[in-house]
Design a protein around this ligand. Structure first.
Ligand SMILES: Cc1cc2nc3c(=O)[nH]c(=O)nc-3n(C[C@H](O)[C@H](O)[C@H](O)COP(=O)(O)O)c2cc1C
Length: 146
């Protein structure tokens, strides 16, 4: 069992409406069911973050396809690690859409990238919590004594 987390952005003109996201989720979950993959796809203002769990080879092959998909870009793998249990065992792929400003979405991506760069062994679920937290500061707070 392995877990993969990556971030990406919708390519220009893609995923502008609910239908295209629903279609992406149904194709992905059908394929994942066959491959015994499970996970979660978060979408916020054109940014994706995806967690996929499953057998190592199926995960590698699926991520290969995902990387070749030109409906998204700036694909950055944040973590690919062996794990002992699935984070979302009942979801072959579920999408959660967060409605917010582009600034807030950028801030989420900043926070999750920072969480993994500070700690590459971070467990995926902690990273997703960092992503889901609504108001994480984007910089270290200034000291009051300054
Ligand atoms: C953000 C994003 C997430 C995706 N997630 C998955 C996934 O979890 N599983 C999957 O099989 N395909 C996923 N896809 C779709 C693949 O990139 C690919 O289009 C699909 O598997 C069909 O591949 P094929 O045309 O080579 O058969 C995702 C695509 C995007 C843009």
């Amino acid at each position: 069992m392995s877990s993969l987390v990556y971030v990406s952005r919708a390519a220009d003109g893609y995923y502008k409406d609910r239908d295209s996201l629903a279609k992406l989720t149904s194709i992905s979950s059908a394929k994942n069911q066959v491959e015994q993959l499970t996970g979660l796809l978060l979408f916020s203002n054109g940014f994706f973050i995806q967690l996929i769990d499953g057998p190592h080879d199926a995960l590698t092959q699926t991520f290969g396809r995902i990387q070749r998909d030109n409906s998204h870009k700036d694909i950055e793998m944040l973590s690919f690690a062996a794990g002992d249990k699935r984070v979302f065992p009942n979801w072959s792929m579920n999408i959660i859409e967060i409605k917010e400003s582009i600034g807030q979405a950028e801030s989420r991506i900043f926070n999750i990238r920072r969480a993994f760069s500070h700690n590459p062994m971070l467990h995926c679920i902690d990273a997703l919590e960092a992503f889901l937290a609504p108001k994480q500061p984007t910089a270290e707070p200034f000291s009051d004594s300054l």
